[in-house]
Design a protein around this ligand. Structure first.
Ligand SMILES: [Zn+2]
Length: 196
C-alpha cells in the first residue's frame, strides 16, 4: 500500500525517532509499504518519519539514481547494488574529507540545495532480520544514508543550507507546508490536506 509522504512543516519531521525492538509488531507490513511508497515517488531513500512513523528505520535503493548521465561507471555500479534496510542505525565515525552535493527530499518537493557532508561514514545498524552489521560506506551511498539518518534525528537537509539560501527558500517552504504545491505522488500536509 502506498502511504502518504509527510510534507515539510509537519512536526513529526522535527522529532527524534524512537528505537525499534525486534518484537515490534507490523514491522514487516510497514517495510513493504515503505518500499512501495518510495518507488512510487521515484525516491532513493525513505525514512519512517516521512510516512508518519516516528521510528528509527529507513530504507535505501540507489538503483533509480544510477542512470544519471553525470555519474562515472564506478559510481553507477556502486549505486546499483545499494539496496538496504537500516534499523536503529548509529553513525560511529565520519571522515574528515567532506563533499558537496545538491540534495533534494521527498518531503520537500521541488527544493534542492547544496549540502556538505563527510565522504565516508562508519555505521552500525540492524537489517530487516535484526542482524547487527557494522560497515564503512562512501560516495553516493554514504550521501543517501546520511540524509536518511538525519530524518531520524529530526533534521532536514534545508536545516543545513547557508543562511542566505534559507532566506531565499522561506516562502517556498511555507507554501509546501500549506500544501500549496504541485506534486505527482501522494503527500500529506500539516493542515490535513492530501495531494491526489
Ligand atoms: Zn529526505
Amino acid at each position: 500500500m502506498i502511504l502518504p509522504i509527510v510534507a515539510y512543516g509537519d512536526p513529526i519531521l522535527k522529532q527524534r525517532a524512537k528505537e525499534i525492538s525486534s518484537s515490534s509488531k507490523d514491522l514487516e507490513i510497514l517495510l513493504k509499504n515503505m518500499w512501495e511508497t518510495m518507488y512510487a515517488a521515484n525516491g532513493v531513500g525513505l525514512a519512517a518519519p516521512q510516512v508518519g512513523k516516528s521510528l528509527r528505520l529507513f530504507i535505501v535503493d540507489g538503483s533509480p539514481f544510477s542512470v544519471e548521465a553525470s555519474l562515472t561507471e564506478d559510481e553507477k555500479n556502486e549505486l546499483k547494488g545499494f539496496k538496504k534496510v537500516f534499523i536503529n542505525p548509529k553513525i560511529l565515525q565520519k571522515s574528515d574529507d567532506l563533499e558537496n552535493f545538491n540534495e533534494g527530499c521527498l518531503s520537500i518537493p521541488d527544493v534542492r540545495g547544496d549540502v556538505t557532508r563527510p565522504t565516508t561514514i562508519k555505521i552500525k545498524y540492524q537489517n530487516q532480520y535484526f542482524k547487527e552489521i557494522t560497515e564503512h560506506i562512501s560516495g553516493f551511498p554514504s550521501r543517501i544514508v546520511q540524509h536518511e539518518y538525519d530524518h531520524l534525528e529530526g533534521i532536514l537537509f534545508t536545516d543545513k543550507l547557508s543562511a542566505l539560501k534559507k532566506k531565499l527558500l522561506k516562502n517556498k517552504l511555507l507554501k509546501i507546508s500549506r500544501g500549496n504545491i504541485n506534486v505527482d505522488y501522494l503527500m500529506k500536509f500539516d493542515n490535513n490536506r492530501y495531494t491526489k
